[in-house]
Design a protein around this ligand. Structure first.
Ligand code: B12
Ligand code: SF4
Ligand code: SF4
Length: 226
């Protein structure tokens, strides 16, 4: 089994992606279906730390038609789909409908907890990481159990991530999606459009993994349909 995990890690690594842990579904829970249609027994999460996949994505993007919808999703599906095909797994994406509970899976796989922004807080990458897909297996893939990770937000008294948004979109009441969108699309939204969410950028952790402004602008354009 170790051998297979190492091979998957290497195949993903060739595209700047990483394996982000995984777990076996419990007996009383019905996981999504696997390759044959039978319930999956285990899941391995695939994602990124910092902007590592970006150059791989850009090389692929250059060979695609100028106008394609959701290019990063497409690239992720191709790359992760190829890895799934080679290892007898079914690949799923965070944007598949109905949405699969990627963040709940990630909490189990990596012992993470959500930041006040909803984004999971990672002890090393801070807020600068994401999930690009998952591999569903119909057999049990044994991985070391994830311990609970240190949750940096617990010790962060000032919480600058809740003080930087010009429209206070993040609060104890959750994320005011419409207020954020209106600001990002509006006349004063240039800083968010060009450099990403001011609240996310205010977090002092994982800054060496922070996405460069052009990548944040790409994600913001996708989020706000700019
Ligand atoms: C729908 C969605 C949104 C909606 C949320 C609407 C709502 N209130 O539900 C909107 C469009 C607002 C959104 C925005 C963002 N999102 Co979003 N989103 C999703 C998506 C596709 C589905 C969420 C869902 O319903 N899942 C189904 C339920 C059953 O699964 P779950 O694990 O229980 O879901 C958790 C989330 O829903 C979370 N949640 C609820 N509201 C919000 C709001 C935000 C901003 C976040 C991050 C999470 C979150 O609470 C649940 C915790 O158990 C997930 C991918 C996925 N499949 O989960 C990404 C996901 C949660 N988003 C993510 C991110 C990063 C963002 C953004 C911060 C950045 C971006 N993508 O542009 C933005 C915020 C914009 C900004 N100001 O910068 C990441 C989080 C990664 C991480 N490190 O934790 C995910 C996992 C996608 C990915 N590819 O990694 N998102
Ligand atoms: S600023 Fe503090 S509370 Fe906010 S995400 Fe970062 S560590 Fe967590
Ligand atoms: S993107 Fe801008 S408007 Fe939206 S939550 Fe972040 S700082 Fe606020």
């Amino acid at each position: 089994m170790r051998g297979m995990i190492e091979e998957i890690t290497a195949a993903l690594g060739a595209n700047g992606l990483i394996l982000r842990g995984g777990f076996v579904f419990s007996d009383d829970e019905e996981g999504p279906h696997g390759l044959s249609g039978a319930p999956a027994r285990s899941v391995l999460l695939v994602g990124q730390a910092g902007a590592a996949p970006w150059p791989h994505f850009l090389r692929w993007r250059e060979k695609q038609p100028r106008q394609i919808a959701n290019p990063l999703d497409n690239w992720s599906r191709q790359v992760i789909g190829a890895v799934a095909g080679a290892f007898g797994a079914r690949a799923v994406s965070p944007s598949d409908r109905p949405y699969l509970p990627f963040q709940q899976w990630a909490m189990r796989a990596e012992g993470l907890k959500p930041s006040p922004l909803g984004i999971l807080m990672h002890p090393q990458y801070g807020l600068w990481h994401a999930y690009r897909g998952a591999l569903l297996f119909e057999e049990e893939i044994a991985l070391p159990e994830a311990g609970e990770a240190i949750h940096l937000c617990d010790a962060c008294v000032d919480k600058p991530c809740l003080k930087s948004c010009p429209v206070g979109a993040y609060s104890g009441q959750g994320f005011a999606y419409q207020a954020c969108l209106a600001h990002v699309r509006g006349a004063n939204g240039e800083p968010c459009r060009d450099g990403g969410c001011l609240d996310r950028n205010a977090c002092p952790y994982g800054t060496e993994y922070r996405y460069p402004p052009e990548i944040q602008a790409f994600h913001m354009a996708a989020f706000a349909d700019l």
